[in-house]
Structure formats: structure tokens, C-alpha cells
Design a binder for this molecule. Structure first.
Ligand SMILES: C[C@](O)(CO)[C@H](O)COP(=O)(O)OP(=O)(O)OC[C@H]1O[C@@H](n2ccc(N)nc2=O)[C@H](O)[C@@H]1O
Ligand SMILES: Nc1ncnc2c1ncn2[C@@H]1O[C@H](COP(=O)(O)OP(=O)(O)OP(=O)(O)O)[C@@H](O)[C@H]1O
Length: 289
């Protein structure tokens, strides 16, 4: 049997870090939403008890380092499953980009294996398993739009933001999330108003959404990689309504309300970056279909 799952990327419309926890992780408060940029994860039964990763992307590990592999292994162990699976990942989401590509592949693997192996697990159970793999996986199990707290695994669903376009530009560098958190100076944080963002989204107020966009991790990544600040500047100059770095970066996204303004932003950025995308904000829970 064969099962196909869509694995969409996320962006953080707002990302605040409250403090460092005893377990070494940081307590966060952030708004995540899915966008129409997705990997494809295909799961096929194997006649032998083995997890196989197939990915024709040289930046994606094809062994136990792959988060999709870890998802399958965790499910097998937790539920004593003695079946093999081939996990074929077609990457569209740039790697190490701040868009949760690996986390979304892991979440898609959890959803897909739940179907392939008829486990009957709820999304809540899958999200709980996912949080053992990485902080972003729980959100990616559900997709949609959410306020995420804890180390990012405590998910509270909120309304989708109003429809708009998202232009993404990723410089050729890859960023280590652990390095960014490690270099964050908690005493010099300019905290974004995450509650203001929640209200703006619940009210469907596009201008206020633009107003409340903020990400404390920008301070670290922009210092490490000045080209990210340059891309932000260019995106503003080409007419995006609001511009922010996603997650720990280095991808920068810009919101554009009117389709007529999109070509100028998209084409302008193509001159600076080789990885540029113009996609729809999805934000609805059924965006995984
Ligand atoms: C930056 C974000 O992508 C925003 O959505 C996430 O906070 C990071 O999520 P992620 O990539 O799934 O992160 P994980 O794989 O769980 O953790 C990678 C590393 O980032 C650091 N980390 C991550 C999440 C968190 N709340 N505090 C942390 O300090 C830890 O050093 C950890 O070892
Ligand atoms: N399925 C996968 N796809 C991409 N990278 C993966 C995958 N599994 C493991 N990795 C490893 O994880 C690292 C980070 O990749 P990923 O694309 O998930 O980063 P990210 O988008 O910055 O994640 P996040 O936004 O959750 O911090 C890569 O360098 C790669 O070695």
C-alpha cells in the first residue's frame, strides 16, 4: 500500500523568547502559520522490517538523522510495529531555512503512517509524539495557525489570517537553530507584542498584522549574517507591506496584500537571491489536504 502526505512550510508571524529553561531550551511565545510551499512525503510498505529514506537532495540526510526517519522509528517503537516502510521525500522547502522543512516532513510521516498502519491515533497523540522529535513538529502535525508556547510544542489554534501573498527569499547560507538560541542575549530583547498579533489575526485586520510582526531571533541572525538584513531592506524597497525573518532564519518573508504588487517584489528579489518563492498564506487547518 502507498500513502501520500503534503508537508507544508511554516512562517512565524511573531516570535518572542521569554526566558531560558532548566532543560536548556527557551520558553517561547509565537504565532505560526502554514504557507503554500510544501514537500511531498510518500510512504510505501516494504516487505522487510526496515526504514528506508529516499530523497534526491544532497542537503537532506538519508539515514537516522532524517527527522522523517526518527518519526517512523518512534512510532514503531512506541506501538511495537514490526513493519518496514520506504519514505520518499520530494523537497521543495529550502533546507535549514527557518521554515520547519524537516519538522514538517516528520509530521507528515506521523500522519501518513497513522493511516498506512491503521493506528487510529488522534492528531493530539501524534503531536505529542512529534514534540519528542523537535519543537516545531507538534505544530506541523496540525498545520493551520496557532499560538505556540512552552518550547513551541504547546499549541492553541487560532483563526487563519486574512488571505494574502507571501514572498520568501533565502540566501545561500544555512543557519543552525541551536547556534541562534545560544547567542541570544536575553537582557537586550525588544519583545514583540504577541497578544497584539493574536487580536489582529482574530479581527482579520491585515494592517495590524503587518504592524505587530516581530521576531527576537532577528537580532542574532542579522548580526551573524548581514546579507539577511540586506534582503529585508530590498524586500521593503520593492514594496512588500511588512517584512520579517522566519524562525531562526535565514529566510526572509514579506507580506503582499494585492496580487498586482507581487511581480515587482518577486522579480526584484530574484536579482539578489537564487531561492525566491511567491506563495499564498494558507493558515487553515484543512490546508494539509
Ligand atoms: C526557531 C523555531 O523554528 C521557531 O518556530 C523553533 O523554535 C525551533 O524549532 P526546532 O528547529 O524544531 O528546534 P529543536 O530541533 O527542538 O531544537 C534545536 C535546538 O534549538 C534550541 N531551542 C529550540 C527550541 C526552543 N524553544 N529553545 C531552544 O533553545 C535548542 O538548543 C535545541 O537543541
Ligand atoms: N526531512 C528533512 N529535510 C530537511 N532537512 C532535514 C530533514 N531531516 C533532517 N534534516 C536536517 O535538519 C537540518 C535543518 O533542516 P530544516 O530544513 O528542518 O531546518 P529549519 O527549516 O531551519 O527548521 P526549523 O525552522 O524547524 O528550525 C538540515 O541541515 C538537515 O541536515
Amino acid at each position: 500500500m502507498r500513502v501520500l502526505e503534503k508537508a507544508p512550510a511554516k512562517i512565524n508571524l511573531s516570535l518572542d523568547v521569554l526566558h531560558k529553561r532548566k532543560d536548556g531550551f527557551h520558553e517561547v511565545k509565537m504565532i505560526m502559520t502554514t504557507i503554500d510551499l510544501a514537500d511531498r512525503v510518500e510512504l510505501i510498505d516494504l516487505p522487510i522490517d526496515e526504514i528506508r529514506i529516499v530523497s534526491h537532495n544532497r542537503f537532506v540526510p538519508d539515514d537516522q538523522r532524517n527527522l522523517a526517519y526518527q518519526a517512523a522509528k518512534l512510532l514503531k517503537k512506541r506501538y511495537g510495529i514490526k513493519r518496514g516502510v520506504s519514505i520518499s521525500i520530494t523537497k521543495t522547502i529550502p533546507v535549514a531555512a527557518g521554515l520547519a522543512g524537516g519538522s514538517s516532513d516528520a509530521a507528515a510521516t506521523l500522519r501518513g503512517l497513522n493511516r498506512l498502519w491503521n493506528l487510529g491515533l488522534s492528531f493530539e497523540q501524534l503531536a505529542e509524539l512529534g514534540s519528542e522529535i523537535g519543537s516545531d513538529v507538534a505544530f506541523c502535525v496540525y498545520g493551520g495557525t496557532a499560538l505556540a508556547t512552552g518550547r513551541g510544542e504547546l499549541i492553541e489554534h487560532i483563526n487563519p489570517p486574512p488571505h494574502c501573498w507571501v514572498v520568501l527569499a533565502k540566501p545561500t547560507i544555512g543557519v543552525s537553530t541551536a547556534d541562534v538560541y545560544r547567542n541570544l542575549n536575553l537582557n537586550a530583547i525588544n519583545h514583540p507584542n504577541v497578544d497584539g498579533m493574536v487580536n489582529a489575526i482574530q479581527n482579520g485586520d491585515y494592517a495590524q498584522i503587518c504592524h505587530y510582526m516581530g521576531n527576537v531571533l532577528e537580532s542574532v541572525t542579522l548580526r551573524m549574517y548581514p546579507e539577511v538584513a540586506n534582503i529585508k531592506e530590498q524586500m521593503k524597497r520593492f514594496g512588500a507591506d511588512a517584512v520579517l525573518m522566519s524562525g531562526s532564519g535565514p529566510t526572509v518573508f514579506g507580506l503582499v496584500q494585492y496580487e498586482s504588487r507581487l511581480p515587482r517584489v518577486y522579480n526584484g528579489l530574484r536579482g539578489f537571491c537564487d531561492q525566491v518563492f511567491a506563495v499564498r498564506m494558507l493558515g487553515e487547518r484543512n490546508s494539509l489536504d
